[in-house]
Design a protein around this ligand. Structure first.
Ligand code: ZN
Length: 242
């Protein structure tokens, strides 16, 4: 519709849309967002050209591992806890402000990157006391919300977990741990598990990851336009409060 408007009127309409942004912010993000935040870069306030049919994103994350006692929590990977509940018990824990889920954090950053939004550390600062030990599925929900607000759905996601330990290609409580991870991702991204791949490899016992002092993850994904969602051409109102 905006393309039919004269330029000055189009600018006015966009500024009105941007001005009403706070009303559209997801309630969870609003609750977690600090009261004072630096203004966003000017580039984020400008309306983009028509959204492309597909967007590609890459995410990376690494967390240090320490004894469970020092870390204060178990290792959590794609929502699977390595404490004997979802996966075999593992003696180390992930050092992190949140639960330190490298897979969820990488997927979130890949989605945000695909949408040309600020990264997870900007949205959820690691000095926010409300996020201490937080279940990283809340970050996934926020990324999903932003993806659908822009009119996209997941095309497919390819996860590469790099960890000497814990092993994920093992069975626990009647299920393959790796498949439990894929299932969690598919559930949070509201997609079929056939669009989610989780693979894992070691680091050949070298460097921090190979010496079990860290765990890391790479994610590549494609977002595709969802024809069932309304087009939001030229409107990025939810970004301005980032
Ligand atoms: Zn992280």
């Amino acid at each position: 519709m905006t393309s039919l408007l004269a330029a000055p009127r189009r600018l006015m309409l966009l500024s009105l849309l941007v001005g009403s942004s706070a009303l559209h912010v997801d309630s969870l993000a609003a609750a977690l967002r600090p009261a004072a935040r630096a203004p966003p870069p000017a580039a984020l306030l400008s309306a983009p050209a028509d959204e492309p049919p597909m967007r590609i994103g890459h995410g990376y994350d690494i967390h240090r591992m320490d004894t469970r006692e020092a870390a204060g929590q178990p290792v959590v990977v794609a929502g699977v806890k390595f404490d004997g509940s979802d996966a075999p018990d593992f003696e180390l824990g992930a050092v992190a402000h949140s639960d330190g889920d490298v897979v969820y954090h990488s997927v979130v950053d890949a989605i945000l990157g695909a949408l040309t939004l600020p990264d997870i550390g900007c949205l959820f600062p690691d000095n926010d006391p409300r996020l201490r030990g937080a279940d990283s599925s809340i970050f996934m929900e926020e990324a999903y919300s932003r993806m659908t607000q822009r009119g996209y759905r997941l095309g497919n996601v390819d996860v590469t977990l790099i960890a000497q330990k814990p092993r994920v290609n093992v069975e626990h409580a009647g299920a393959l741990v790796k498949e439990r991870m894929s299932g969690n991702l598919a559930r949070l991204l509201r997609t079929d598990v056939s669009r989610v791949n989780v693979k894992a490899r070691t680091h050949e016992k070298v460097d921090s990851v190979g010496e079990c002092r860290a765990i890391e993850c790479h994610v590549s994904l494609i977002l595709e336009r969802d024809p069932s969602l309304p087009e939001r051409r030229g409107v990025r109102d939810f970004e301005v409060t980032v």
